[in-house]
Design a binder for this molecule. Structure first.
Ligand code: SF4
Length: 213
């Protein structure tokens, strides 16, 4: 009797798991294809609940597993848009990862506010740094680890644009949400530990987002 009941419970859980997976895949593909965000809270909930199984399933079917991360970044960006866009430019920070620096970067590292770019021109950060100065946006280059949390404490921004690989964007989004700071995430165009690339236009577009009047 007990074995039978246990068997039924296992079957019910397995069916519920399969239904949730199928729903998650359906919503992710729908959002990806149509660019329309439907049931954002529910989709974010099932993505965080089934993050690893979803990635494995996509890999199994030879679909890029970062689709899950992309959808989750897009939903969070859309969610945060009104609060982010309502802040002033000078209240925002841009947080960049150190992997986009040139391997010959001469910048010095500060334990307080990260890597100090001197705009030597060997990587795209020089251009981003100059634009941020023009806009009045504070720019930080993270040396890694828990730097994003430190910057949230140290510079107390009202809004943040974060650039990172998908796993770091996912984790960073949780940290800024906990801090109550509306953020916009921009994924790297090629990931890795060094010589990664970014879409500068996309970063600048996000930094300049304003409420349309
Ligand atoms: S532009 Fe800045 S971050 Fe890039 S290599 Fe030069 S000093 Fe380093």
């Amino acid at each position: 009797m007990i074995v039978e009941t246990l068997g039924r419970i296992v079957i019910i859980f397995a069916i519920a798991f399969a239904v949730l997976l199928a729903l998650a895949l359906f919503f992710c593909f729908f959002i990806f294809r149509t660019k329309k965000i439907i049931f954002p809270n529910f989709v974010l909930f099932i993505i965080s609940l089934l993050y690893e199984p979803l990635r494995r399933l996509l890999s199994f079917f030879r679909v890029d597993p970062t689709l899950i991360d992309r959808i989750s970044v897009e939903i969070r960006n859309a969610f945060n848009y009104p609060d982010f866009a309502a802040t002033k430019l000078e209240e925002r920070v841009l947080l960049l990862p150190q992997c986009i620096r040139s391997t010959e970067c001469p910048a010095k590292l500060s334990s307080v506010d990260g890597i100090h770019c001197i705009e030597c021109g060997k990587c795209v950060i020089a251009e981003l740094s100059a634009i941020c100065k023009e806009l009045g946006i504070r720019m930080y280059i993270s040396p890694g680890g828990t730097f994003s949390k430190r910057i949230l404490m140290h510079s107390r921004p009202k809004a943040m644009v974060g650039v990172a690989c998908y796993p770091n964007l996912y984790e960073g989004a949780l940290n800024v949400k906990l801090a109550g700071v509306p953020a916009q995430g921009v994924p790297l165009t090629t990931s890795g530990c060094v010589n990664t690339t970014v879409d500068c236009e996309e970063i600048i577009k996000k930094c300049k987002l304003q409420v349309s009047k």
